[in-house]
Design a protein. Sequence first.
Length: 267
Amino acid sequence: MKKVIIAAVLAASFNLPVFAQPTAAESEAAPQALTGNAGLFSQYRFRGITQTFGRPALQGGIDYAHSSGFYVGNWNSNVNSGAGYPNGNLEMDFYGGYKLSVGEVGFDFGGIYYAYPGSELNGKAVKNGELYVGASWKFLSAKYYYAVTDYFNAKGPNGEKTDGTGYLDISSNFDLGDGWGLNAHVGHLSFRKVANASYTDWKLGVTKDVSGWVFGLSYVDTNAKGNCGRGEFYCFSNDIDTTGSQTGSKRMDAGRATAVLSVSRSF
């Protein structure tokens, strides 16, 4: 159970849905499971990019998993409108899929939809839809996400569609015993039709389970182009208008290195 809780915390910090894999005995005794999670983070980093302008995030969700392998869930976090969600301050993710195991190898197939209630960018509510496929073996996992809509409403310089944008996540999680865990991650975003928007992100972190409360500390960094002096793509303002123009009084490199502190619990 401690491994499941730690995995949930690590996934929450990068907005990746995760579910417990029941043993055969557990599946027979409990053919379905409903679980929840909640956590407080010093900031919300999605694929290495800050979503809260460096400020704290309250996150939580609920998951339903059936022993057949099918699952659905919802996850939520506060966000800053300057991250690309004009007039929006809430992210709501809805996902579902199917998991199966072949020997020691696990497979995961599904889809996820990101919604930002109240947001408006170029006349439309901000959204993103992705399909994903993943595989895991012992302490290693890999998952690839493929956008089937314009990537968070983004368009190319001449209005080109950005569906087909992809993100590859490779992660590892180590149980060190006595409630301690070590985790590492590297990911790469291939942003279709948008210049200087593709990048690689990475993370190294440690967790400690204290009576079901999981405390975490992670180092997060990217090579995303966010130099504000040069006006690069990942220079974020603390606010933007519905055309995407930066209107806030502050600017920051949204992908710069940082430490993320967290405390979370599953129930």
